[in-house]
Design a protein. Structure first.
Length: 391
């Protein structure tokens, strides 16, 4: 349910979303939208969810810090933003989903920048450094012009599985694919396995007017499967988020994935038909998914990019999702931006103390890109998030 309440203007960015405006307190579960400062409020009404199957040796890490009764209504609060990695010379950072994996006492974070993928390491999320200083994955021979990881997860035998977004042709009319790679040295070097998911209406021509294909992967293990959520472009319809899955042991092999299609896993991973699981919002696009299992809500949670801002959506099974809710409003919708306007993109939700980015908790960080239309390349920012139960 959405309710608009009149209130004085509130600047969203740089302030905690739960704030006091004059003598009026911003209600729980609300965000500020628009120059008139009206509050947009929402509630997520749903029956108590059933828990997923218990984690096994091939499943995602077991949930921790679980409330006795998971909340069915909740608020999502953002705090002040912080600039990240400003001392580095990397441009267009991040340019896809951000992921992390803990190995021993070291956190390893994988971030795309420019047209390549980089690894950061350190003892915690506040002390990460670029290691090595060169890309750990980068484009190959032309027409391959972009290759960077969207997600990295642990493999079943101590290795790492990486899922990358690749592009051929120009930046404005590329054809995207999802590829996979394996690392046995903690992400320093990678063995490329090639494409594992391609779009069902992928236009390979470099003279087309807009992007096509499948890309921007966000990956999570559910039961004994690896689920890859990806953006599907092309076909004269709004871009939407689709999903494919494969058995964990085979999840880096071409031909192992099947796509969700018309209520079943019967779409071929390489070029087959598929159906959206997170549709477009208000007839605009839905893209750049960041998917995780949330231990506080005991649900799967996705933050994604659309025309008016970042939206949040939850699911009990990773396939059927509830109504998206706006949690981060842009100053202007994508289609109304002009030169000099602020632009936001590439949201990633993370709780760095969790073993991997496949799991989030009650608190953590929302990472995102922020730039100026027609100005300098976008840069990386983060804002703390908190989930709170509501009556």
């Amino acid at each position: 349910m959405r309710i608009l309440l009149a209130a004085p203007a509130l600047i969203l960015l740089g302030l905690a979303v739960r704030a006091v405006v004059g003598a009026q307190t911003l209600p729980e579960g609300c965000i500020a939208t628009g120059p008139d400062g009206r509050f947009l409020c929402w509630q997520a009404a749903a029956p108590p969810p059933t828990l997923p199957p218990a984690a096994t040796a091939t499943a995602a890490p077991a949930p921790t810090s679980t409330p006795v009764i998971p909340p069915t209504n909740f608020s999502f609060t953002l705090g002040p933003e912080q600039a990240m990695y400003v001392e580095l010379s990397l441009i267009h950072i991040p340019d896809a989903h951000i992921s992390h994996v803990w190995q021993g006492n070291e956190m390893r974070q994988f971030i795309s920048a420019g047209v390549s993928g980089y690894r950061f390491t350190g003892p915690n999320a506040d002390s990460l450094t670029l290691n090595p200083t060169t890309p750990v994955i980068k484009p190959g021979p032309l027409p391959n012009e972009y290759k960077a990881f969207g997600s990295v997860i642990p493999g079943p035998n101590g290795e790492l599985f990486g899922y990358y977004h690749a592009e051929s042709c120009g930046r404005g009319n590329y054809t995207a694919t999802v590829g996979a790679a394996v690392s046995v040295d903690g992400g320093l070097t990678w063995s490329d396995k090639g494409n594992v998911i391609t779009g069902y209406q992928a236009n390979q021509s470099c003279t087309k007017s807009r992007p096509s294909g499948a890309g921007q992967p966000s990956v999570i293990r559910i039961g004994t499967f690896v689920y890859v959520y990806y953006t599907q472009w092309g076909g004269g319809y709004p871009d939407t988020i689709h999903v494919a899955r494969a058995n964990y042991a085979d999840a880096v092999m071409p031909g192992a994935f099947t796509k969700w299609r018309s209520g079943n896993w019967n779409g071929i991973g390489l070029g087959g038909q598929s159906s959206s699981v997170i549709p477009s919002v208000l007839d605009t696009f839905a893209a750049n998914a960041s998917v995780s299992w949330n231990t506080y809500l005991q649900k799967y949670i996705t933050v994604f990019d659309a025309s008016k801002g970042f939206y949040l959506v939850t699911s009990k099974d990773g396939v059927t999702w509830d109504t998206p809710r706006l949690v981060f409003a842009y100053p202007k919708p994508h289609n109304q931006r002009t030169t000099g306007d602020v632009i936001f993109n590439y949201p990633s939700l993370a709780s760095p103390d969790e073993a991997t980015s496949e799991t989030t908790s009650k608190t953590g960080w929302l990472y995102y890109a922020k730039g100026i239309v027609g100005g300098t390349p976008h840069e990386m920012f983060r804002a703390p998030f908190s989930l709170e139960a509501m009556p």
